[in-house]
Design a protein around this ligand. Structure first.
Ligand code: SF4
Length: 356
């Protein structure tokens, strides 16, 4: 929470938003919406800090589900190379490397409808191993029943990611192999087991503004807001049904971030998929709208990595520090620290699209 926060003037945390209230926020003139979002943001967070999250795909592709945006679905020919569940030792090695580079949270994702009984001992070993390194743990494995959620929580899993994707009304256009209620049930199971929730959606899939409002209505009226709210911009992947989707107006993406910030003032709103396609100005606007978390990709570690420098430079140009890290007075030291933090994170755009 921002040290300068004035509790008496802080916006109330609400779980009773109405559709018309949210529609009114979306309809505000852009500057008015940004002012309200930024004011809300400053009441709860340091506006110059952004959390950097680290992700590792522990099982890639061959998913039986039909999410229309996802290159990991076995139903679409996207040329994606399938990978079996990673060995526990390999995951621990990756986590150690991430920790050595300064990461504090390690997120693991698998392209499954839900974990099978035979998978559970492996994923719980991963959680325990990563946890024993002193890292926070996060997973996204698809749908969970009560028992699976409790098993993961007992193993020490801190966060579970499971997205609602879009509004209940538009949902059937995007996924037919699991229902909206299935998703809500998994989220209930995660909460009941005592884990923190990471839950958001994807915009730019051809939905109407009322659908973006409908998604945020669902998230904001949960009895407890998700601790993390990823707002993804569709990444159009050749071979998926949404490959030729018309681009969303970038300002509509920023509006969605701003409204999410106003509705869920204490949550980390995460710029997730699609960030690679955004220019610096758009990312800066998203931070101004209240986004305060980003993902970083493993591709960045294996290439010449101009993107790392670009993002590090953007943080520097905007005066942003990575949350949870010491702020160095000396500018050169600060740049070096941010570079290390960013290099710690691992993710690729395929995985972005696979977040459940
Ligand atoms: S988003 Fe997840 S559940 Fe849907 S197809 Fe991709 S990997 Fe499978």
């Amino acid at each position: 929470m921002n040290a300068s926060m004035n509790l008496s003037s802080a916006p109330k945390i609400r779980n009773d938003w109405t559709r018309s209230e949210i529609a009114e926020l979306f309809a505000l003139p852009f500057s008015d919406l940004m002012f309200q979002a930024q004011s809300t943001h400053r009441a709860f967070f340091n506006p110059n800090e952004v959390q950097v999250s680290t992700l590792c795909s522990i099982k890639t592709g061959a998913c039986p589900e039909d999410c229309a945006y996802c290159p990991q679905s076995a139903r679409y020919d996207t040329g994606l190379e399938r990978e079996k569940l990673m060995a526990v030792e390999k995951v621990i090695e990756e986590a150690k490397a991430a920790k050595a580079s300064g990461a504090t949270r390690f997120c693991m994702g698998a392209a499954w409808r839900s974990p099978k009984g035979k998978d559970m001992p492996y994923v719980t070993s991963m959680v325990q191993g990563v946890k024993s390194l002193g890292l926070e743990t996060c997973m996204t494995l698809g749908m969970l029943d009560q028992e699976q959620a409790q098993t993961l929580a007992d193993a020490g899993l801190d966060y579970y990611n499971h997205n609602l994707d879009t509004s209940p009304e538009f949902y059937g256009e995007i996924i037919t192999t699991r229902t909206y209620q299935d998703r809500l049930t998994t989220l209930d199971n995660v909460r009941s087991a005592g884990m923190k929730v990471c839950c958001g959606g994807i915009v730019g899939m051809g939905e109407a503004e009322s659908d973006r409002a409908g998604l945020l209505l669902q998230l904001a009226n949960m009895s407890e807001h998700p601790e993390s709210v990823p707002i993804n911009m569709l990444v159009k992947v050749e071979g998926t049904p949404l490959a030729n989707q018309v681009d969303l107006d970038p300002f509509d993406f920023i509006r969605t971030v701003a409204v999410a910030r106003i509705l869920m003032p204490q949550s980390h709103v995460r710029l997730s998929a699609g960030r690679e396609q955004m220019n610096d100005q758009m990312q800066a606007l998203a931070f101004l709208a209240g986004a305060n978390s980003i993902f970083y990709g493993e591709k960045l570690l294996t290439t010449a990595n101009p993107e790392t420098n670009k993002d590090m430079q953007l943080f520097q140009r905007l005066g942003i520090n990575a949350e949870g890290y010491e702020v160095h007075q000396d500018e050169a030291e600060q740049v070096a620290a941010i570079t290390t933090q960013l290099q710690a994170a691992q993710m690729d755009s395929v995985f972005y699209n696979a977040a459940k």
